[in-house]
Design a protein around this ligand. Sequence first.
Ligand code: SF4
Length: 564
Amino acid sequence: MSNTLSRRDFLKLTGIGAAVSAVLTGCGPMARYIVRKPYTSMPEYNQTGLSTYYASTCRECPAGCGIIVRTKEGRAITIEGNPQHPVNRGRLCSRGVTAQQGLYNPDRIRGPVFQARGDASRAKPINWDEAISVVQQALASSPEQIAFLLGAAPDHLFDLVSEICETIGAPPPVRYNALTTFEGRSTLLEAARLTFGEEALPYFDLANAEVTFAFGANFLENWLSPVAYTRAYGEFRRGRSTRRGYLVVFEPRQSLTAGNADEWIPIRPGSEAILAAALNRLVAEARGKPVSPAFSTVTVSAAAAASGVSEEKIRQLAQFFAAADHPLAIPGGSALAQADGLMTARSLLYLNAVVDNLGQPGGVFLTPAEASATDFAAVKELVRRMMDSEVKVLFIHGVNPLFELPGALGFGEALAKVPMVISFASFPDETALASDYVLPDHTPLESFGYQRVLAGSDRPAYSSFQPVVVPLYDTRATADVLLAAVKLLGVQAAQAFPYQDEVEYIQQKLLPLINAGGFYTAAEIFTFWSRWLQYGGWWKAEAELTAPQQATPPEETFPFTPPA
Ligand code: SF4
């Protein structure tokens, strides 16, 4: 057979092609202009060559950075920072920039399945009606035998699950995320409560500080709100023409932040508390302040022996900090993961009070957001309940506990004792494979929702999610699945959740914001909703940071046992 194409054949083929194109581009349903399909399955007529932009929120970590997603022919092309967003102001970290990798990951779970635990090859596809029926029957179990384990995002799902648990009488959902544990968020929150008497995360004004001592707070990489702190770090370094900020990082490992510091002090793990106490004592003495009894028994020689830092160096650093105009001490991350982590955090927060920087430029403020953090004790209690066969139904969303929890906690063993495990995972991770049902949620770029901003913003802020493409596969919003299942539970539950779908639920939750001093207002929810989607969330028009009104040092004197 000849491989050549004659001119006559070519004209015949192009004639047929032109006729087909004429049909496809003729009058059709208006819907085709708003269906955002990936180009792989999109008819040719819909390729306009124009970009469409959507404001949404990065969900690669709980920081809640605002993103602008450029789409073309229904496909998410690039992700950039939302320049108006109060957390990241147009910047993103490498995870945020590459977030569409999750959307287009070929390993995604493409529809609801029932499976033999641990054997994905025996997974049996089910339809969503069957899936909702399974969830309804699970929710109809004895309430005290139901448990929800959720990740750090999204907040609207956490709020909905909390309300469902309250309505049916089940224990409140447990929230866990390895990242928030590594960053020491709950320890910092508790330290702030004990030191400042407020349930709020501290806001460290790095941008206006002159000398910063960071203990384990790896803020250029993954601590609290890395993009917000990286932006502030840029200001700290080069934002002022007259002086350049000086950063000293105390931590055993050379993190990205330590690598960028003027000085990295590689201390021994576990010596953070005694070193922080010694600095407190030396800085108070240098500033002519009374030394708190908590630190009065600490000797520099003991701190040097414990930390591996010479006495001379400790004294020199303390003098340097005490003499600075805007010194700032930041506790976080690995420093708070030690046995004395809470004491380390309290000592360093108090050190800020010793140098009078509370509520001052370059000092410590309190964030206006509602405080919340992973409560590891609640995770341990859940594992105990599972181990004691008190949990008959476990729902898991947004977290992979078989991978993220320490093996010593025994989550795998406990999971085997739960008769029904329902996962909402998007990927076949360890926990999804060990579940009975996997009912995949949409990935973040296909989802509606909101996230409360807890750190990194100088004002109350909610970040919004919206789909930037139509869902690629037969996935369904977990909130929609739960709402549909709850309606089947009975009249009382249906009346408690009268929402048609997830979006209606979110809109109802946003009602208090429509005239709450945001940078936009609206007369009713539908106008508010369009702006909410347009701007990528809602935040107050003015900064609302507050200064701590008091500072209490630790009551006890440390044992200060040098690490073995
Ligand atoms: S810091 Fe911001 S951009 Fe980076 S992963 Fe977290 S939310 Fe996304």
